[in-house]
Design a binder for this molecule. Sequence first.
Ligand code: SF4
Length: 499
Amino acid sequence: MTGPSPHRLSKSQYLRGLQCPKSLWLHNFRPDLRAPASPGVQHVFDQGHKVGLLAHQRFPGGVLIEADHNHIPDALRQTAEALEHGAEILFEAAFMHDGVLVRPDVLVKEGPRWDLIEVKSSTEVKEVYLPDIAIQRLVLEGAGLPVRRASLLHVNNQYIRKGKIDPTKFFTLSDLTEETMPYLRQAHAELAAMRKVLAGPDMPTVEIGAQCTRPYDCDFMCFCWKHVPAYSVYDLKRADFSVINALRAMGVMLLEDIPPDFKLTATQELQVQAAKTGKVHIDVAGIKKCLDKLVYPLYFLDFETVNLAVPPYDGMRPFQALPFQASLHVQERPSGEVRHLEYLGDPKSDPRLGMAEFLTRNIGPQGSVVVYNASFEGGRLCELAEAFPVQAKALHAIKGRLWDLIIPFRSNYFVHPAMRGSASMKAVLPALVPGMTYENLDIANGEMAFLAYEALMDGQVTGDEALKTMAALRVYCGQDTLGMVKILRVLLGQSTQRE
Ligand code: SF4
């Protein structure tokens, strides 16, 4: 078995070790078992990188230590040289103490001491950032760099873009010197425990649990969770690990094997009954109560959006959803034909005005606007109304007529065993309309859609490939609203059949 010296740790390894000692061990001794970063995770990294570059602009005159993580001795040497030459602002400087390596995002000299600034592309201070900052402070002070203040530079979600991004307003600086102290005091003990883990030849025994996804999705889940079936007690709706662990302690892995006297919530009970019997649970009165509010013509509406840390257009906030695509199926009367309309923005310009015009032109003054999860579509309609006063009244009127197709499923009026406890469209559609899945689509989910559009915005995809991507986006978004048409048809059939 080979691996780096067990006495050498980086900040990211320290944070990994805090989340799970087994993950730290695997990272060092069995990196081959790690899942590659998914496109979604890579997107998060890329957003962080863009925010990091903006942060540099906030500290003019800073010296960037260029050597990367593959050239740590060079990074240490460049840092020492920069300090010798009197640098007062450093980016990505490298420090090693007691076998721990850190590279603070920003260091600013204030008198004889330094301010340590960690940059995050988050809009809030999260607890996980405190040990992250604490370990950096421990190493800096150990390496002889006195720290005056430890802060987090994070994204200001109240910032509204107007012209070029203003890095002095884009960020919020939160002083966390006090908050990080308990983590600093704990750091030596944590490091000692991690060294013990890395000194041993054997992988630590750690049961799968809440730590596998908190604070981050562990990249060794493909290894540790491989014995867990695709549908199991881990999918029990809104069950925390105390419930799941109690079941596992009884040897129960499948929902079918949960003893009848095991205490479950009403929602979980329905889910488990569906798994045990294979039968669909239908609450006709509940479904009817929802359907009674439908008013024709029906407008089935779905948006695709992309959320970017750095707002791409004026009037937008960081991470504000940019609606770039809409699909609309229109049904004038019960059992009538449906016609399809769509909007896909030009990735090289702001798609929002075109979107607002498409919606107000094609959604008439009467009838229900059927969506799947109204809070999402409602939020986008409000943002469009705020951005475009001319269309605002009509957009608010559309929002006032939203009819949410998720409610019958979220309220357990319709529970199908194949939904596997989920009310999401991706679970409900193939369960209710067999054959209508997302499996064979080039773009098969919202994440793939926004990554594809972002690649078009960035010019990473051009020419024929861009045309193919645009076509795949159209197919995907159209599938969502056609799926809604078909799901509603099933619900209407249930309510009339049983009257
Ligand atoms: S999947 Fe869970 S148990 Fe396995 S290493 Fe990761 S956090 Fe630890």
